[in-house]
Design a protein around this ligand. Structure first.
Ligand code: NAG
Ligand code: NAG
Ligand code: NAG
Ligand code: NAG
Length: 338
């Protein structure tokens, strides 16, 4: 609910109180409707509630991932665009390095307010990335049972990792989607979804009509395979699909009962990556980056974990590392190496 909506609802309720004894004019009917809607909003389950201003200092982890050709003394990386994506919406970032102990991951989980699984080329079956993703995914599910909402976002490889963690068996298929920007084919669930319901109509229209979403993946989950998996259909709500001309695949999803979200496309690239000619840097493309980031950081604001000590927080933050200019062959502008 926007501030304006809230003020209106509040004023409406007050008016109702003071005029209950008077006749039921059309206005009072309207006011009553406002109050009832407010009550309905207040009664929605935890996942849908807006806990305004609960955490204004959200800290979000980004998974580092294994390098196929590591520079000397380095083992993993994070593309800087994911860091900028979250920072642009008011979050601070902690790199989650691969091959830490379970205990170290648990301590980070208890200290942070969400985690992002970025895109890339690591194995989703066996890698440092896969191991840390699995640990955070399981901790998030377990936390939800205690009423502790710990949001997870998966982009591209991250979405594929989420699907595999949920389903246990990979249902991915090769698609011709390596280098293309596409409009989203929204499902009828999109408009009322947690992810998109507060998006401006102008941006939703642009998303549906213009090729704003950058796709650079060789694998996708066909809708036909998704539909056949009871595990997936009962866990995830599909918000959009796309097609490579032959195969219709899942492109945006949110979990029904968990604060878990994924896009097969890259919302961070419109504002922050310049290496591919088909990335849309138009004003609406760039707004897409910020609205997606704001949504996920908003989810993290509902989480109240924090570091036990300022020192520990300070040492964990990405500010202790510097990104470097990526090589000419890279798809990224800047990379953090660990
Ligand atoms: C890698 O680590 C070794 C041992 O600490 C050090 O001597 C060497 O200079 C490092 N190489 C680079 C490129 O930093
Ligand atoms: C990290 O762990 C994975 C398996 O979990 C292993 O394949 C990889 O070699 C390890 N990487 C490093 C740098 O230790
Ligand atoms: C793959 O898609 C591109 C358009 O994005 C098209 O130009 C190309 O012909 C397609 N390749 C195959 C093998 O279908
Ligand atoms: C998958 O299921 C949805 C909802 O039941 C349906 O609209 C869609 O056509 C199905 N898609 C495929 C490819 O089976």
């Amino acid at each position: 609910m926007t501030v304006i909506d809230k003020l209106l609802a509040k004023r409406g309720c007050h008016t109702l109180e003071s005029s209950l004894s008077s006749y039921f004019s059309l206005r009072n009917m309207f006011v009553l409707t406002c109050c009832v809607s407010l009550l309905v909003l207040l009664c929605l389950p935890a996942l849908d509630s807006t806990q305004v201003g609960s955490n204004d200092k959200p800290i979000i982890g980004i998974l580092a991932q294994d390098l196929s050709k590591p520079p000397e003394n380095k083992t993993s990386y994070i593309a800087a665009s994911y860091v900028k994506f979250l920072e642009a919406a008011g979050a601070r970032v902690v790199p989650i390095r691969i091959n830490q102990t379970d205990k170290e991951y648990r301590r980070l989980f208890d200290s942070m307010n969400g985690v992002l699984f970025p895109g890339g080329g690591a194995s989703i079956v066996s890698s440092g990335y896969q191991r840390s993703a699995k640990i955070f995914y399981e901790m998030s599910l377990e936390a939800k049972q205690r009423g502790d909402l710990f949001p997870i976002w998966g982009t591209c490889l991250g979405l594929e990792q989420l699907l595999l963690l949920t389903n246990g068996v990979s249902l991915l298929t090769r698609t011709n989607t390596s280098d293309v920007s596409l409009p989203l084919d929204f499902t009828k669930e999109a408009k009322g979804s947690r992810m998109f319901r507060d998006f401006p109509a102008e941006l939703m229209d642009a998303l549906a009509l213009e090729p704003l979403t950058e796709n650079s993946h060789q694998w996708s989950l066909p809708m036909e395979a998704f539909n056949r998996s009871n595990t997936l259909t009962s866990f995830y709500k599909v918000l959009s699909t796309n097609t490579d001309g032959k195969i219709e695949f899942l492109s945006t999803m949110e979990a029904f009962d968990y604060p878990i979200y994924g896009t097969q496309w890259h919302p961070e690239k419109n504002a922050f990556e310049w290496r591919k000619p088909y990335v849309e840097h138009t004003p609406l493309g760039v707004r897409l980056t910020f609205y997606m980031a704001e949504f996920f950081v908003g989810e993290a604001r509902k989480n109240l974990h924090r570091f036990a000590a300022k020192d520990e927080e300070s040492q964990a933050l990405i500010y202790n590392f510097s990104p470097v200019r990526a090589s000419a062959e890279s798809v990224f502008e800047q990379i953090y190496y660990f």
